[in-house]
Each structure stands twice: as structure tokens, then as C-alpha cells.
Design a protein around this ligand. Structure first.
Ligand code: GLA
Length: 733
């Protein structure tokens, strides 16, 4: 059992293969946090806690005249509210008498086999061969009768601990939540931590930033109604000297697609509190008597082996415990071509078939019809919501178009933006009350579209029925699910004034219900998520879709940074990557090398390529299929940091058994008469011998890792190299 209670010490310890996490039912039954880090076996970490009389840090009333115990200085599993702890809170509840107070004491706990699930929100799951145990601790406020249930699941082999929270109102009147954090982690010595986050913007998602902890609250979050391009619900707390390969790193990844908040506060005593959960902005959620409110799950990982160690933990876990789609493990995903950058909205059925025919010659297996096929959509000012074929464009009808593509031996995919509606649409004309719009005010314009009120059950049912009907009508293999604006005008026609503070969260709950209703009904369809590129790239979305469009920015040199940042937490197999016309001076071959760090596909007008280019693309598609398992299932290494000034960007995939590896390099900066550059491989067997690109060169793993591969310098701009390393171990073919 990975969860151990020690009755004498009153400690509960969670053990994974390499880590331990300890808490203690301490003074006055408050739940103390004692430790998270490398394994400590059965050590009692209570000795770490020192209590002093601290001026201006109040003491609980029950402490009587003893002044040494203060919640203001005490590491806790879930901090209280208005009990003398002035750091950022885990909960802000307004009780039925109007008081803002939660004084949670441990009343019980239980350990269960298996992984907990939440009723309203997506969670990771345990596979049959996983050892997963769950701890449930109940903290109760004796005055308000509000209970907080802390949920922990321990994935022993995977070195992962998940946390979630439930609030139960056992009182007799409604309470309101203003803040509820899913995780609270207090580190005793926090001043040498750095916070790493993934900020960005449209077209430049998940760039990497690192900041040292100073004495204030460092917060990252989104208030855009979605997890957003601008921040990602992921954070790392690491040693100040942590690098790719060395140093302690704690990861926090939130399974939530809406407004989120993560706060890291270095307090007056150099302790660090980290909280993460739903963003409190415009959040005021009623919990009626006997009702339960669930907060989203946080997936925590710890590695002593720097960022790479941490990324590997997340990649492995997310590949096997996050998404149930058969395209994660059992069925290979096809090489696709998408119509967006090929034709934007200027296409018809004939053009699509022409693109498919040309793409077929390039080894492409799936044609995706992107935006522009429905209603009367010729530009982005109309028709969202009218999910029926535009017969002026698809004159033969959807069914026949799909047949024509299938007749070429190719599969067919389609684009939707289910959550959105255009003012100029039949849907809006029929149901203006289904959009989010503040009464008496004009809606904020953004790509000239409005958001449907996903909190409404009638809207959810409509979408489930409408989209399922289209997916049932034709032989559709793939769906791209897009959302192309940040939410504003947060207001639901369907809720009374006092419940408008619930709309942001109810939107997300509604979205998950719609996704469940469509995706579970169509388990054979490959879904790809998208939000103007990677604006909602989060674990909750990856619970539904095995892949997500990284960015609308297809420029291969920008993509090096995009892939680098995204890879800190998300597996390569989730990263949608295409070759397009973007990057005029970048060779087609380099574009392919970059797109192979992802799902690989094309997004260009294939009919305009020369026969020679089509042949080159066919060879690229074949190469991608050859390396598919290595790329999708192998360990990924960031060999250089594209944010640092260097002449090369390099990365590497290594099979789990270290018998194969693909090392990719792009020359990003040509220097006149520059030095000879070497790229150091990682993750190989130092004692193994590796044949390079199936040629005559054979080098030891140790040589390739410690002395590196020399990179040819007399090349043209943006040249890329791929080194396929195959272990020969002295046995020649
Ligand atoms: C978003 C997506 C693009 C494309 C367009 C269509 O921007 O990210 O890939 O689907 O929408 O409008």
C-alpha cells in the first residue's frame, strides 16, 4: 500500500517509487504539511516543524496562553480562512450568516484502493496494471458545518500524486464559495525556489519564463474563460540552480479548461505557499444544503533530475492515464492535409477533391475540411452555429464528398466550432437568448462571433444532437474542435441575478458534458482540439482529444520555441504540427523535420507543388511513419534551448529500450567562418554502439553523449539534419 498511517506519529505518508509526501494531524487537529520530495521511507518529518512566538501572527483561541502555535507560520495541507493565517487562502467561503470564515479541523480520513473520480469534472484514470491508491481526508468547520474533502491519489510506479477537493455543505442554509483551490502546498524553505511558467500570446503560445521567488505573491492565471494562449495551467517550482538534467523540480498541472489561478507566495519567514485552482475572478458559487462542489484535479510530479526528468514523468503519465481514445496507443494516426492554409474559406467540393488527389501522391492519408463548409460561410462574419453544409460550395453534399475522398483511399475529417455563434446565423436568429450577452449592453466583438451560453442544458442538448447527427451521416474519421475567441459578456439568460457568478464555471461544466456526449458516442473518431492554435491546450482537453493544435503559427523557426515550451509538460504525441507555406526561406525538408516533432501533416495547397516536391513529401510522410513509435512513445529530450542565443536547435527521441533514437537539428543561425558545432546526444546506452542513418558510421553511446555529433557548417540557411541512431551492439545485419 502506497499510503501509510502511523498512529503514534499521527502522520500519513504517500509513497511513490521515488518520492514521499507526508502530512500530520497536528496541534488542535489541523492538518499539517510536512514533506514532499525524494523518498524518506518511514521517517517522521515532524521534527522539521519549529513553533515560536511570532508577533502579529495570531494564535488559535484553543491554544489558550501558549503563543507559539500560529497558522500564519504553519505549513498546511489546506489553509484556513480568517484563522490568523494571512497568506493566500485555499478557500474563501461566505457562510449563511455572512461571515467569511472556514476553520477546517481533521475529523476523519480513509484510504481506498484505486483512483478517485469526480462527478462533474474530468480526471486521470488508473489502468488495470497501475497501482493506484486514494486517500480522502475530511476537514470540518464545527460552526458552519462546511466540510472540505481533500482527495489524493497515488500512482506509485508513475511517481505521480493527484489532488482534488470537494466542498460539502452539511449546514441548513446555502453558502457561497468565492475561492476554492485544489491544491495547497507549503514549503518550509522556499527562498531558493524559481517559478517556471508558460506564458504566451496568439501565435506564440507556451514560451518559457523563469522567475526567482521574492517576498510577494507571484501569480499566473487566466480570466479569459479558457485556459488561454496567454498562460497555461502548468507551473514548476524548482531549485534556483535546476537545469534540464539536474535539480529538484515540482510540477503542477491543472485539469481545467476555464479561468485558473496559480499563486506562489514567499512569506515573511521564507516559507513558500503554492495554491492552484479555479480563478476567483467573478466566481461566486452557491452550494445549497447537502450539495457538493468539486474543484478540478491537479497532477503533481517531482523529479530530482531537472526539467527533463519532470517532463518524462508527465509525458509517460499523460500518454497512458489521461485520454481513453484508441488513437493514443492502439491505432496509429494518419498523416493529414488540412484545407485551412491551402484555401482558407475559398474552396468547393471540386477543389477539395483536387487537393486530396495531389495529397495522395504525397503519402497523405486524411483530408481535413476546415472552416468554411457550413451555413453561408465565405468569411468569418457569419454562420457559426449553422451546422449544415453550404450547398453553394459543397454542391454534391457532404455524404458524396466523403465518398469521393474515401474512393481515393483516403479518410475524411471536418472542422467545427461548437461553442460559438455568429450574429448573422439562423441559430442566433432563432435563439438570441442562447448567447452570452449582458442585458442592455452590446457584446464585445471578437472575430465577429459570440459565445453560446454553454451553461444551459438546452444549448448543450442541441449541440450534442446536431453534431452527432452530422458525424453519423457521413463516414467521418476526424474532427477538429475549435474555439476562436476569449469569453466576455459573462451572463446567462437562464440564471437569476444572484447566480451570475457561477457562469464561468458552469460554461466549462457544460462544455465537458457536450464533449462527453459527442466523443463518447463516437469512440472511433480521432478528435483534435484547437483554439486559434493552442489557446486551450490543457490536460482536461487532452482527456478528450489525443492531440491539440499547437499554434496557428506554422513558421518552422518559431515552431522550434513553440514545441520546446509545450514539451515541458505535454507529450509530443499530443502536439499538432503541420508543414505549410509559412517560412518562405526555410527548406521543405527542414519544415518536415520540425513537423515530425508532433503529429505531422500538411496545410498547403498540394495542387501547387511540383512533382519533385510531391515526391519529397511522399518520402517525408514515409519517414514519419517509420519513426512514428519512436516519436510518439519514446523519451523526448530538449538538447538546446531555442530561447538562448545559439546557432543550432536540437532535440531527440529515444526508444524506451534505448535501441533506437532520432536526433534532429536545425541550423537557426549561420555565422561567418563559425566554429565546428557538436550536439550532445542524451538517453543512449553508454556501452551500446549506434549506427548512424543506417550507414557506415558506428559510434558508442558514450561518445555520442559526451563528445557529441559534429554538425556540418558549410550549409545553407535553416538546413536541418536528422540522425537516426540504431543500436547494433556488435551484431551486424
Ligand atoms: C483557428 C484555427 C485554424 C483554423 C481557423 C479557421 O484560427 O486555429 O487552424 O481552423 O480557426 O477559422
Amino acid at each position: 500500500m502506497s499510503i501509510i498511517y502511523n498512529n503514534t506519529q499521527k502522520t500519513i505518508t504517500l509513497h511513490t517509487r521515488h518520492t514521499s509526501y507526508q502530512m500530520k494531524i497536528g496541534n488542535l487537529d489541523y492538518l499539517f504539511h510536512l514533506y514532499y520530495g525524494p523518498s524518506i521511507c518511514d521517517a517522521d518529518m515532524s521534527y522539521q516543524i519549529k513553533q515560536y512566538d511570532r508577533g502579529f501572527s495570531g494564535n488559535p483561541y484553543e491554544s489558550r496562553n501558549a503563543r507559539t502555535f500560529s497558522l500564519d507560520a504553519q505549513p498546511q495541507e489546506f489553509s484556513t480562512q480568517q484563522q490568523g493565517d494571512f497568506r493566500t487562502t485555499s478557500i474563501e467561503v461566505v457562510n449563511s450568516d455572512g461571515s467569511y470564515s472556514f476553520n477546517g479541523k481533521t475529523v476523519s480520513f480513509q484510504v481506498k484502493k484505486g483512483k478517485y473520480q469526480l462527478d462533474t469534472l474530468p480526471c486521470v484514470f488508473a489502468n488495470d496494471n497501475d497501482t493506484a491508491d486514494t486517500l480522502e481526508v475530511i476537514l470540518s468547520d464545527a460552526v458552519s458545518n462546511v466540510q472540505v474533502v481533500l482527495l489524493y491519489s497515488v500512482f506509485e510506479e508513475a511517481d505521480i500524486i493527484t489532488r482534488a477537493v470537494k466542498v460539502i455543505n452539511s449546514g441548513e442554509e446555502s453558502i457561497h464559495l468565492r475561492k476554492i483551490m485544489s491544491v495547497c502546498l507549503d514549503f518550509l524553505n522556499g527562498k531558493s525556489f524559481d517559478l517556471v511558467s508558460l506564458p504566451g500570446r496568439y501565435g506564440q503560445e507556451r514560451q518559457v519564463e523563469r522567475q526567482p521567488m521574492t517576498h510577494h505573491i507571484h501569480s499566473i492565471g487566466s480570466v479569459r474563460g479558457s485556459s488561454s494562449h496567454q498562460q497555461n495551467p502548468f507551473a514548476i517550482l524548482c531549485d534556483r540552480n535546476a537545469t534540464e538534467d539536474y535539480g529538484k523540480c515540482y510540477g503542477f498541472s491543472l485539469m481545467y479548461s476555464g479561468n485558473f489561478l496559480a499563486e506562489a507566495e514567499l512569506d515573511q519567514y521564507d516559507q513558500l505557499r503554492f495554491v492552484m485552482g479555479i480563478n476567483p475572478k467573478q466566481f461566486y458559487y452557491e452550494v445549497k444544503p447537502q450539495e457538493v462542489f468539486e474543484g478540478p484535479e491537479v497532477i503533481m510530479a517531482f523529479s530530482e533530475h531537472g526539467f527533463t526528468g519532470l517532463s518524462h514523468l508527465y509525458h509517460d503519465f499523460y500518454r497512458s492515464n489521461l485520454c481513453r481514445s484508441k488513437f493514443v496507443k492502439d491505432v496509429k494516426r494518419p498523416v493529414l492535409i488540412n484545407s485551412w492554409e491551402a484555401a482558407f474559406m475559398a474552396f468547393d467540393d471540386v477543389k477539395l477533391v483536387e487537393i486530396a488527389k495531389a495529397a495522395k501522391k504525397m503519402g497523405v492519408e486524411l483530408l481535413v475540411m476546415d472552416d468554411g463548409w457550413f451555413g453561408k460561410r465565405d468569411d468569418d462574419n457569419s454562420s457559426l452555429g449553422d451546422w449544415y453544409v453550404n450547398e453553394n460550395k459543397i454542391r454534391c453534399g457532404l455524404h458524396r464528398l466523403v465518398e469521393q475522398i474515401n474512393d481515393l483511399g483516403m479518410k475524411f475529417g471536418i472542422w467545427f466550432e461548437p461553442e460559438m455563434v455568429s450574429e448573422d446565423s439562423d441559430l442566433y436568429r432563432a435563439h438570441p437568448e442562447w448567447t452570452m450577452q449582458i442585458p442592455g449592453r452590446h457584446a464585445v466583438r471578437s472575430r465577429n462571433q459570440m459565445a453560446l451560453d454553454m451553461s444551459r442544458k438546452d444549448v448543450q442538448d442541441y449541440l450534442i444532437e446536431k453534431i452527432n447527427a452530422i458525424l453519423d451521416d457521413a463516414n467521418i474519421f476526424y474532427v477538429k474542435w475549435d474555439i476562436n475567441r476569449s469569453l466576455a459578456d459573462i451572463w446567462s439568460n437562464n440564471l437569476p441575478a444572484e447566480k451570475q457568478g457561477e457562469v464561468y464555471h458552469r460554461y466549462i461544466l457544460g462544455l465537458y458534458r457536450v464533449m462527453d456526449g459527442i466523443i463518447k458516442t463516437h469512440p472511433d473518431i480521432l478528435f483534435e482540439g484547437c483554439s486559434g492554435g493552442g489557446g486551450r491546450y490543457d490536460p482536461a482537453m487532452l482527456h478528450y482529444y489525443p492531440q491539440y493544435w499547437v499554434s496557428d503559427n506554422n513558421h518552422p523557426i518559431d515552431r522550434l520555441k513553440l514545441h520546446y515550451g509545450t514539451s515541458f509538460v505535454y507529450p509530443i504525441s499530443t502536439m499538432g504540427a503541420h508543414i505549410s507555406d509559412s517560412g518562405k526561406f526555410v527548406p521543405l525538408q527542414t519544415k518536415a523535420v520540425v513537423a515530425m516533432c508532433g503529429t505531422f501533416g500538411y496545410e498547403l495547397d498540394a495542387t501547387l507543388l511540383s512533382a519533385k516536391e510531391q515526391d519529397l513529401c511522399r518520402e517525408q510522410s514515409e519517414r514519419f511513419r517509420k519513426y512514428y513509435s519512436l516519436i510518439f512513445e519514446g523519451d523526448y529530450y530538449r538538447l538546446t534551448n531555442p530561447f538562448e542565443m545559439g546557432n543550432l536547435t536540437a532535440w531527440q527521441h529515444v526508444s524506451k529500450d534505448r535501441t533506437e533514437s532520432l536526433l534532429s537539428v536545425v541550423v537557426t543561425n549561420l555565422t561567418c567562418n563559425g566554429p565546428q558545432e557538436y550536439v550532445m546526444a542524451k538517453g543512449l546506452d553508454p556501452d551500446g554502439m549506434y549506427r548512424v542513418n543506417d550507414g557506415d558510421e558506428v559510434y558508442s553511446g558514450a561518445a555520442l553523449m559526451h563528445a557529441g555529433i559534429p554538425i556540418e557548417r558549410e550549409v545553407s540557411e535553416y538546413t536541418a539534419f536528422q540522425f537516426y541512431l540504431r543500436k547494433v551492439d556488435g551484431i551486424e545485419d
